[in-house]
Design a protein around this ligand. Structure first.
Ligand SMILES: [Zn+2]
Ligand SMILES: [Zn+2]
Length: 364
């Protein structure tokens, strides 16, 4: 019988990467897994074909030979495919373990597992982001049970060896020509059975506790900043390390300032006479109660942006502050008092005569 192309078997393209190939193999292996296709000869064949294809394509050397010389090229390397399921499971145990929850030796539940990471969302004001903040927070998390030391067994009692698998964690079933090794259903691959579960944690090994922690928010954090507190997540299982706590910062919008990185932006309204004649005004500055004097130069144009160095936000990584950019908004009065109107009309006359003059000069 003509051997199928390996790429075709796994349903991947010739330039597929290692991860694509692994994923494609998992898909095939899951579809044609003997546990799901009891007694189906075609599924059995497909399962073996997929394993053979994966064995070659995951190995860069074998893959290269196959790409150049095809199936025949591989015969010279001593590669001969698999003898049976046992062979396949022992070669790709990790692939199956990830997907089916069991592998070749022991069930995965026995392995140490890192605790879950936790996320804590914190809302702060722009002022708090500027100066930094310390806050005690409380949250619930799983911790290793102190009574049983995380074992789930009442102290002093001993777990019994599982009678179904004699402590190996696996059972071997025969299916026609093949032997299939799977995780023991009685002990879930543990090899032992807990007869006296810990009362505190009900055999879980972990209990939910309320945890208090003082969070230190450094000056300069931005919206979306994440602080990672190593080891403050949930306890690991079976001796695994604890997870981390991620504090996600949400900085509320400010009524006056908007932020761009370490820089702050604001808009300051002045009247048209201040723009024309110049003035000194007081503007709010973050982290400074009394504000800051700002000189408006004579002849300031509308929407001009003045910059004040080191009046922005502190940088979280460098020892410096951003700039404060002040956009000048020139306000035109909507209503004029009688006297103001007279003065402005006077002013307009002086403008008119200069305009006429410039027109004469311009056309001459
Ligand atoms: Zn316990
Ligand atoms: Zn067992």
């Amino acid at each position: 019988m003509e051997k199928r192309d390996y790429y075709e078997t796994l349903n991947v393209s010739q330039d597929a990467g290692d991860e694509d190939i692994k994923r494609a193999y998992r898909k095939q292996a899951m579809m044609y897994h003997p546990d799901r296709n009891q007694g189906d000869k075609e599924a059995e064949e497909r399962f073996k074909d997929a394993a053979e294809a994966y064995e070659v394509l995951r190995d860069s050397q074998k893959r290269q030979i196959y790409d150049q010389y095809g199936h025949e090229g591989l015969q010279g390397t001593g590669f001969s495919g698999f003898r049976g399921f046992e062979d396949i499971f022992s070669s790709f145990g990790d692939v199956f373990e990830d997907f089916f929850g069991f592998g070749t030796r022991r069930g995965k539940r026995e392995r140490a597992r890192k605790g879950n990471d936790l996320r804590y969302d914190m809302n702060i004001t722009l002022e708090e982001a500027f100066s930094g903040k310390e806050e005690e927070v409380s949250f619930k998390k799983w911790e290793s049970c102190g009574t049983c030391d995380g074992s789930g067994i009442t102290p002093g009692s001993e777990p019994q060896v599982c009678g179904t698998c004699q402590g190996s964690g696996n059972v071997v079933r025969s299916q026609g020509f093949f032997q299939i090794k799977t995780s023991c259903p009685t002990c879930h691959g543990q090899g032992r059975i807990i007869t006296a579960p810990c009362k505190e944690c009900r055999g879980n090994g972990r209990i939910k506790v309320e945890k208090k922690l003082t969070l230190k928010i450094p000056p300069g954090v931005d919206n979306g900043s994440q602080l990672r507190l190593r080891g403050e997540g949930e306890s690991g299982e079976r001796g695994g390390p604890p997870g981390d706590l991620f504090v996600v910062i949400h900085v509320q919008e400010h009524a006056f300032f908007s932020r761009e990185g370490d820089h702050l932006l604001c808009e300051v309204p002045i009247s048209f006479h201040q723009a024309a004649l110049g003035d000194t005004i007081k503007i709010p500055v973050i982290g400074q109660d009394e504000g800051q004097e700002l000189k408006i130069p004579q002849g300031t144009q509308p929407d001009i942006i003045l910059s004040l160095p080191s009046m922005g936000m502190p940088s979280i990584s460098r020892n410096q502050r951003g700039e404060l950019f002040v956009k000048i908004i020139v306000k035109i009065p909507k209503k004029l008092k009688k006297r103001q109107r007279e003065l402005l009309e006077e002013f307009a006359k002086t403008e008119e005569s200069t305009r006429k003059k410039s027109r004469i000069f311009g056309s001459g």
